[in-house]
Design a protein around this ligand. Structure first.
Ligand SMILES: [Zn+2]
Ligand SMILES: [Zn+2]
Length: 303
C-alpha cells in the first residue's frame, strides 16, 4: 500500500507562476504504476486556480481525472478537506460543487437513486474542522450555491458534510483506506486579537501499520514549539513558506524555518512560495530542505 501527495499548485495566494497551494492525496492498495486509479483520494483545499490545475493534470501520465469529453471529472474526487477560508484555498469549491452535482444528475436525481426522502445526497465527503463550518456556508459559499432554478439549496445538497471536532492539539481523525489516519492541527495564521481566534488548520498524517507520520503545515506562521516536534519525527513533511519578510508576516519565513536543525529540514519540502523562489539569493537557505515542492509531481508520503 502507498500514500502519495501531488500539489495542484505550490504558489502563494498572490503568485502567478505556480498556481495556488492545493494538494491531491491518493491512497493505493498497490502502487500508482500498477493500478489506473487510486483506491481513495482527498483534495486538501481547492482554491481559485484549483479547477484549472486539476485540468492541467491531463498532461501528466497516470492521473485519470478527466471524463471522455476532456472535462474535469469531479465525481472522481471522493473527499475534500478545507484548511481555512482564504480564496486561494476555497475559491474553486463552488465550481466543484456545481459540477459534481450536475455529473450526479442533480439533487433530485441523487435523492431518487438513493431511494431516500427529500434531499438525500451522496455527494463528495466534505471534511471541515467544525469552527470553519458556519462561515464556510454563510460567508463564502451560500451566495453562489444557495439557490438553483425553482428551489433553495443547502451545503448538504452538494456534499456529505462531515464536521471534525478540534481543540488545541490534533483533532478528530478521519481515514483513507482504513490504514492512513489524518488529523487536523490548529495553526497560527491570522490573529484578530490573539492566537487561534481565526480558525485555520494543517494535517498530521499517520500510517497506522508502520506508525510513521507526515506533516502538511497548512497556512501558518512559524510555530517552533508545536511544529518542530511533529516535523522532527515525521518521515516526510510539507511546510508553507514566505520568502520575503514583509511588514506583518502571517506565514512562516524562510530564515525561521532554515534555523531548524538540518536533520529536520532535509525531510521538509517547501510550498506556498512567491514567484521569486528561483532567484539565487534564496538558494543557500533552500538547500537545507528537500527542496521547493513542484506542482504536478507525485510525492510518496508513505511507501
Ligand atoms: Zn494560502
Ligand atoms: Zn491563508
Amino acid at each position: 500500500m502507498m500514500l502519495t501527495l501531488t500539489f495542484l499548485g505550490v504558489g502563494s495566494a498572490f503568485a502567478r507562476r505556480n498556481l495556488q497551494s492545493n494538494a491531491l492525496v491518493e491512497a493505493w492498495s498497490r502502487a500508482p504504476q500498477e493500478q489506473p486509479f487510486p483506491d481513495d483520494n482527498l483534495l486538501i483545499d481547492f482554491g481559485g486556480t484549483g479547477p484549472t490545475a486539476l485540468h492541467q493534470l491531463k498532461v501528466q501520465a497516470g492521473f485519470e481525472y478527466l471524463d471522455r469529453a476532456g472535462r474535469n471529472n469531479y465525481l472522481a474526487i471522493r473527499r475534500l478537506f478545507l484548511t481555512h477560508l482564504h480564496a486561494d484555498h476555497v475559491g474553486g469549491v463552488e465550481e466543484l460543487a456545481w459540477s459534481a452535482l450536475a455529473q450526479r444528475g442533480g439533487p433530485g436525481a441523487a435523492a431518487a437513486k438513493s431511494g431516500g426522502p427529500g434531499r438525500a445526497c451522496p455527494g463528495p465527503e466534505l471534511l471541515v474542522p467544525d469552527p470553519l463550518l458556519p462561515a464556510l456556508w454563510d460567508h463564502t459559499l451560500k451566495g453562489g450555491l444557495g439557490a438553483m432554478e425553482g428551489r433553495t439549496l443547502e451545503l448538504s445538497d452538494f456534499f456529505t458534510v462531515r464536521p471534525l471536532s478540534v481543540g488545541r492539539g490534533p483533532g478528530q481523525p478521519f481515514r483513507l483506506m482504513d490504514r492512513y489516519e489524518l488529523r487536523p492541527i490548529p495553526t497560527d495564521h491570522i490573529r484578530i486579537q490573539r492566537k487561534y481566534d481565526w480558525p485555520s488548520y494543517g494535517l498530521l498524517l499517520t500510517d497506522r501499520h508502520s506508525g510513521e507520520t507526515a506533516v502538511f503545515s497548512g497556512d501558518t506562521r512559524f510555530e517552533a514549539s508545536i511544529l518542530a516536534p511533529l516535523l522532527s519525527t515525521a518521515r516526510a513533511s510539507f511546510h508553507e513558506v514566505q520568502l520575503e519578510p514583509g511588514p506583518q508576516p502571517v506565514h512562516a519565513l524562510l530564515d525561521e524555518l532554515a534555523a531548524l536543525p538540518e536533520a529536520i529540514t532535509r525531510r521538509v519540502r517547501l510550498y506556498h512560495y512567491g514567484d521569486e523562489w528561483d532567484e539565487p539569493r534564496f538558494a543557500p537557505a533552500a538547500q537545507k530542505f528537500a527542496g521547493f515542492a513542484a506542482p504536478f509531481e507525485r510525492y510518496t508520503v508513505f511507501a
